[in-house]
Design a protein around this ligand. Structure first.
Ligand code: GCV
Length: 646
């Protein structure tokens, strides 16, 4: 039997502090029953003390809950089973955090309608950009259904996830056939497990499935045969998989088929599919990650950063109501620092989901600790100026800004079949954190980290603070010793791991920093590619000017001489040298902090995290020396602090 940990669902010592006489569930549906079961398995229900009541209250919003304590009884009110389940987990979370019974009260409604995880799991069991083992859904073209499937549902619903796409957006081989029997019957078993937890299952589809299966000659979305094919296929899919939400589609991107082949727009492609799933209440989630990946690096005009905006803003308002555009947080591709994509604030009449990435493709691949909630908070809090009020990214993806229903937050997940699910134990904070943030965007990155720690470790306040320090400074540390000031991409091609300053410089992917002997960066102002002008006016003005452009994004928007003085008074080159030294020092400190916790942590966790932190420490020096030496050789400018460069 495969081994796996229970992570934050593991029995917390605080659960034993209270006794409850019984749990009573009024008008229980299948999901409320799960809530009851979860409470029973965690708490002491031994006939003593107060009771826990799961009651129906139609006045509470769908998926919301209200927790009250009367005497020594707890009442969880909700209008739906999902509300009960989220409420039950809130009770457990609060007890785990050490609250007294009378302190356990909360009213909550999720900030976002869709709170989704995207798996990039392939049918052969590999995971694209996966760093935690192989898939627990697929192996050698077969579908896996076992104890882990259910435990995964428990884990993610405990933090409020309500939607999962189980296969990679690059749909190939057997995965193309998932929309047909015999796969449908097996997939329906996964969806039935999910259903008990109020989680809808979704699939990624291959836009040219009918052609690749040899059933049609074309995938033209306006062709009558294609329309009929998708309508009958979707009828069968929804008939077989009861708890099915719809499809996620990567089209015309990185070699995947799409409507462009037939001279059709993405709206025509998405709407054709939306009509096929519409009768069953399904949605089409259409990704905006569309760009030319066969660019000539000599071409100075094309700017990949513009691509999603240029492709999709002309289509605003042309998508059917059950189409949702899924948009990566930045205009490029999950770099350690990117501006928020101007599509947020550019689109006003289209449902939108933001796509984050918690699998750490460009942020250390779970061999470096990099807690991503501070980055996600920055993105969600970004003011787009698309309206006078309610204009942040969080307002848009929650559906509040434009009064939309099909909206939300997705993340490319970081899970695999490793015993601890996420490879690096500390990377579990990203899985936990993303989901909590999706449920409640008001939470701070710090609050989320503390919650996670209280449920994961048994540390006193001072010890917890030291782990918090690691988590909260890890993103900035990673940024400091890798690529500077928003430039990104200085990684090895293909695997995206480790330093390689010119790795993507003369390649076809549209990802250039253009470092020369005197300057670096891409002029994206009106004098350059014009990308900065795509934002609404206030932001466009801010980015247009070197002096007002946030410095952490300076080289994303501007081409700047190495001798340019930053606000700190340092030259650009000195800033690069300094941050790389500081970042590596910070990574070394993580090891020291962790070592002090030796006697306070389970030994396996202590050791495996220590190994990774030590790797990170060494690897950060590799980053520091390669990047700094690269710039030293390009510029010939010495480090004013006289440190060793090569
Ligand atoms: C699933 C990047 C990744 C690819 C990924 C792609 C996407 O290019 O490197 O592995 O493909 O993004 O988001 O579709």
């Amino acid at each position: 039997m495969e081994r796996f940990e229970l992570l934050w669902l593991d029995k917390n010592k605080n659960y034993d502090k209270f006794n409850f006489a019984k749990i009573l569930c009024e008008e229980c549906d299948i999901v409320s029953k799960t809530a009851e079961k979860e409470l029973r398995s965690a708490l002491k229900i031994n006939g003593e003390g107060g009771s826990i009541f799961l009651i129906r209250n139609a006045a509470i919003a769908d998926e919301g809950y209200e927790i009250r304590v009367e005497g020594d009884s707890i009442i969880i009110g909700a209008s739906t089973g999902k509300g009960h389940l989220y409420g039950a987990h809130s009770v457990l979370r609060q007890i785990a955090q050490g609250k007294a019974l009378h302190e356990i009260a909360e009213k909550a409604v999720p900030s976002n309608p869709m709170r989704m995880l995207n798996h990039w799991d392939n049918s052969d069991g590999s995971i694209e950009r996966g760093y935690s083992g192989n898939s627990f859904f697929f192996k050698d073209g077969e579908i896996i259904i076992n104890e882990r499937t259910e435990h995964y549902a428990r884990l993610i619903v405990s933090v409020g996830i309500n939607a999962v796409v189980i296969n990679n957006v690059n749909v190939k081989k057997e995965a193309t056939y998932f929309i047909k029997q015999p796969y449908l019957s097996e997939l329906s078993q996964i969806s039935e497990i999910f259903e008990k937890y109020g989680i809808k299952m979704y699939l990624s589809l291959n836009f040219a499935a009918a052609v690749e299966m040899g059933e049609l000659q074309t995938a033209d979305p306006l062709d009558k045969n294609v329309i009929d094919w998708w309508q009958s296929t979707c009828k069968e899919v929804f008939a077989c998989i009861k708890n099915f939400g719809g499809f996620l589609v990567k089209a015309d991107s990185e070699g995947r088929p799409g409507p462009f082949t037939y001279g059709r727009t993405h709206a025509e492609g998405a709407n054709m599919l939306a009509q096929a799933v519409g009768p069953y209440g399904g949605v089409i989630i259409w990704r905006c990650f569309v760009y030319n990946c066969q660019q000539n690096w000599r071409d100075l005009k094309t700017d990949r950063a513009r691509s999603a905006y240029d492709n999709f803003t002309p289509l605003d308002g042309k998508f059917l109501p059950n189409v949702i555009l899924q948009i990566k947080n930045g205009p490029m591709d999950f770099q350690v620092r990117e501006p928020v994509t101007p599509l947020f604030g550019g689109l006003k009449s289209t449902n939108q989901i933001i796509e984050f990435q918690i699998t750490q493709e460009y942020t250390g691949q779970q061999r470096h600790v990099c807690y991503l909630m501070p980055m996600f908070k920055n993105v969600l809090d970004f003011k787009t100026y698309c309206k006078e009020q309610n204009d942040t990214v969080a307002d848009i993806v929650s559906g509040n800004a434009f009064n939309q229903r099909h909206c939300g937050i997705a993340a490319v997940t970081n899970t695999g079949n490793d015993t601890n699910w996420t490879g690096h134990h500390l990377a579990a904070a990203n899985l936990y954190g993303f989901a909590r943030l999706a449920f409640n965007t008001q939470l701070s990155a710090e609050e989320i980290a503390l919650e996670w720690m209280a449920q994961t470790y048994d540390l006193n306040a001072e010890q917890a603070k030291s782990v918090l320090d690691i988590l909260m400074s890890s993103w900035q540390a990673y940024e400091a010793y890798t690529s500077p000031l928003g430039i990104g991409w200085m990684v090895n091609p293909n695997n995206h791991f480790g330093p390689n300053p010119d790795g993507y410089e003369y390649d076809r992917w549209g990802t250039y920093h253009k470092a020369s002997h005197d300057a670096i960066g891409v002029d994206r102002t009106i004098n350059g590619t014009g990308y900065a002008t795509l934002y609404n006016q206030t932001n466009a003005d801010m980015y247009a000017n070197r002096e007002t452009c946030p410095e952490e994004l300076l080289l994303f928007f501007h081409r700047v001489e190495y001798t340019y003085k930053l606000k700190s008074g340092k030259t650009l080159i000195q800033h690069i040298y300094d941050t790389h030294f500081e970042g590596a020092e910070k990574a070394a400190k993580f090891v020291e902090i962790w070592k002090k916790l030796k006697n306070n942590l389970p030994q396996t966790q202590y050791k495996t995290v220590l190994e990774r932190l030590e790797f990170q420490k060494n690897h950060s020096c590799e980053w520091r020396d390669i990047i700094n030496s690269y710039f030293f050789r390009k510029t010939g400018i010495i480090d004013e602090k006289g440190r060793q460069l090569y």
